[in-house]
Design a protein around this ligand. Structure first.
Ligand SMILES: Nc1ncnc2c1ncn2[C@@H]1O[C@H](COP(=O)(O)OP(=O)(O)OP(=O)(O)O)[C@@H](O)[C@H]1O
Length: 275
């Protein structure tokens, strides 16, 4: 508990309920520090995610949420501290993690179909020829996310919501223990966002699959989060149940920051149901 600070402006003070320490841990982060030349981006992050738990990772722009995800995914080196996935050093357990990127980073510049993307993830290499059993598995996982009709479609031609559905299928195809989603509905229209939220709620209901969802979307937090980790200036400023963090002041702290790709283009403050 020593790494958890309740000092951030607008955050509730007092008691936060942590996960049952006796449950198996899918992700365990201890005193993680990430420095880049001249700057500390993550300043002693500690928390864990038990099997099956759905965690929303919230916090203002620039808090370090994407940096944290990149470090867990092995894309940025930790300066010190440790990240364990299913009890192993993170680098040795990345097969246990599925990743859904922000839509802007998943824009495809070459002609790939949904099936290619999903089979590439199954194999770990780009498929030149797809075997029958691979095709069957791709259909199965797309059906699971309600996207079977997208199988042969080119990714570049899909809507935002369809694209994220395919990326969710890709993230789930290897039966991970943890799925990590970085503002998956930023830049997705209202209908696509509502449908994607239904899929996230299903993941949240699963006792097997754990998730970390980076979001500024209060509707997503209210509907899916089993726990919330609130990052501020590279530190965990609160870690507890959504009901403990969704007090009046903290509610505005989560929603009243411009999120995702909107942030770069406008100073518009978003409504709670936007991302
Ligand atoms: N490679 C890097 N070198 C230097 N600074 C970086 C690097 N990557 C990120 N930063 C800075 O670190 C801070 C945290 O960035 P990060 O993208 O992790 O925040 P975030 O919480 O994901 O924000 P947002 O909600 O806007 O996506 C920002 O100030 C960013 O400019």
């Amino acid at each position: 508990m020593s790494a958890v600070h309740a000092e951030a402006d607008g955050m509730p003070q007092g008691h936060f309920t942590l996960p049952d320490p006796s449950l198996p841990r899918v992700l365990e982060v201890e005193n993680l520090i990430v420095d880049v030349p001249g700057r500390r981006l993550l300043d002693g992050i500690s928390f864990w995610v038990p099997k099956g738990e759905f965690v929303c990772l919230c916090g203002p722009n620039g808090a370090g949420k994407s940096t944290f995800l990149k470090t867990v995914l092995g894309l940025m080196p930790p300066t010190s501290g440790s990240i364990r996935i299913m009890g192993k050093p993170a680098q040795k357990a990345l097969r246990e993690v599925g990743y859904v990127p922000q839509r802007k980073t998943s824009d495809m510049t070459f002609p790939a179909r949904s099936i290619d993307l999903i089979v590439a993830s199954m194999r770990g290499s780009w498929p030149l020829r797809i075997r029958e059993e691979e095709r069957a598995r791709a259909i199965e996982i797309l059906r699971h996310v309600g996207g079977e009709k997208l199988l042969e479609k080119e990714i570049a031609r899909l809507s935002g919501g369809e694209t994220q559905r395919v990326f969710l299928a890709r993230a789930l195809v290897n039966k991970p223990s943890l799925v990590i989603l970085d503002e998956p509905t930023a830049g997705v229209d209202v209908k696509g966002r509502a449908e994607f939220l239904d899929l996230l709620a299903e993941i949240s209901a699963s006792d097997e699959l754990a998730a970390i969802l980076v979001t500024h979307n209060l509707a997503a937090v209210a509907r899916c989060a089993e726990r919330v980790v609130y990052l501020d200036a590279g530190r965990v400023s609160a870690w507890g149940l959504p009901s403990e963090l969704l007090g009046q002041a903290s509610l505005s702290a989560i929603s009243a920051v411009a999120g995702g790709d909107h942030a770069a283009h406008s100073h518009h403050h978003q409504l709670p149901d936007e991302e």
